[in-house]
Design a protein around this ligand. Structure first.
Ligand SMILES: [Zn+2]
Length: 106
């Protein structure tokens, strides 16, 4: 019984250690950089610094899926509504400022 208890503690510690070791991978699972984070976690996670880097990286927020790069004005369709990259609202075509937040669109 005493031996079994010791084994149980050892197995429990191993499972806990693996869970902590792969914590960055679990956190980053659904993120855009999940492949890079998981690779860093698995390959260099045993170096404590890389593990911390992977953890911090996994906790950083994904870039919002807002299209920041806008086509030049001459390629813009005149009838297309203007999408504000600040508030995400559409403004009428050829408007230079956002109707919702007043920021410059062009
Ligand atoms: Zn706006």
């Amino acid at each position: 019984m005493e031996v079994f208890g010791g084994m149980f503690v050892i197995v429990l510690l191993c499972v806990l250690g693996l869970a902590v070791y792969f914590l960055p991978s679990f956190i980053a699972w659904n993120k855009r950089n999940s492949g890079a984070i998981i690779a860093l976690n698995i390959l260099l996670g045993w170096t404590f610094i890389a593990w911390v880097v992977a953890l911090v990286w996994s906790l950083t927020a994904d870039q919002p899926t807002v299209v920041l790069m806008q086509p030049p004005p001459q390629q813009m369709l005149p009838s297309a509504p203007m999408l504000c990259s600040v508030c995400g609202q559409y403004s009428p075509a050829a408007s230079r400022f956002c109707q919702s937040c007043g920021r410059s669109i062009a």
